[in-house]
Design a protein around this ligand. Structure first.
Ligand code: ADP
Length: 265
């Protein structure tokens, strides 16, 4: 059985009464336990939106058309209360974003421990788990540093430690190497690959980077809010709102979520 499964996933962002962006136009997707998958495609094709739905950060549209389905490890995510969905996300999912999203006033250890406490771990045990997680990303000696005192690559490794501190079933990354030079990107990718191979964690990465795609077991290609069937050439892009308004729409979205707090919307 698939670990993550979505059917007829649709998402339209209404920008005004007259303008809307169809970010996802009915996506069916299955990701097996233990897979490492890249979601690739042009900017605005719906990759991040799909990842946010799979990560239960946002809910698929329910209006018009057949009802969407979204399952995580056999659980129907659509039937969960906000509270249960938030709990499931905190305990079973780890998120890594392009911008590292660390709390600037907290040390690396405190940033990581916060995610463990958020998932219900006691303060002392959270500190211990945070030190272990930092050790597993090679940053045991940076536990007391604040984000400003760390390089970009180190900050992203702290973010990975935060993502794995609760030993999640799945790691979801939205351009996790996007702000890093190729050597640092290679380190981050290597860590994710190691967690996938050695701990059996399923990894789903939204990426533009062909090297990231090449490292994954499978590539899900997106175009204009749909998954391109494997083996089919991409063909010309369909002109739509989603392709020419991404920047304006992104600005309206506000800062990215840290993935460790807040209910889905
Ligand atoms: P990708 O990750 O492939 O670049 P996204 O999923 O971020 O694509 O976005 C798909 C389309 O939906 C884009 O046109 C984008 O501007 C729009 N979009 C995404 N999120 C929002 C939002 N919160 N509000 C309005 N439009 C959005």
């Amino acid at each position: 059985m698939s670990l993550l499964e979505g059917s007829n996933l649709r998402k339209t962002y209404r920008l005004s009464r007259r303008t809307s962006v169809e970010a996802l136009r009915g996506v069916d997707v299955k990701i097996a336990a233990g897979e490492m998958v890249a979601i690739m495609g042009p900017s605005g094709s719906g990759k991040s939106t799909l990842m946010h739905l799979l990560g239960l950060l946002h809910a698929p549209d329910r209006s018009d058309g057949p009802a969407p389905g979204l399952w995580f490890d056999g659980t129907d995510a659509g039937s969960l209360s906000d509270r249960d969905r938030t709990r499931l996300r905190a305990r079973s999912m780890g998120f890594v974003f392009q911008s590292f999203n660390l709390v600037p006033t907290l040390t690396a250890e405190e940033n990581v421990a916060l995610a463990a406490e958020y998932a219900g771990t006691s303060r002392g045990a959270a500190r211990t788990a945070a030190r272990e997680a930092l050790d597993s990303v090679g940053l045991a000696d940076r536990a007391g540093h604040r984000p400003m005192e760390l390089s970009g690559g180190e900050q992203q490794r702290v973010a990975i430690a935060r993502a794995i501190v609760n030993d999640p079933t799945v790691l979801l990354g939205d351009e996790p190497t996007g702000n890093l030079d190729s050597a640092r990107a290679g380190e981050v990718l290597g860590l994710l690959r190691t967690f996938n191979r050695e701990r059996g964690q399923t990894v789903v990465l939204v990426t533009h980077d062909p090297e990231v795609g090449a490292t994954c077991d499978r590539i899900i290609r997106m175009r204009d809010g749909r998954i391109v069937p494997a083996g089919r050439p991409l063909g010309p892009r369909r002109p739509n709102q989603a392709t020419f308004e991404p920047f304006a729409a992104r600005q309206r979205r506000g800062p990215p979520s840290t993935g460790i707090a807040g209910p889905p919307h």
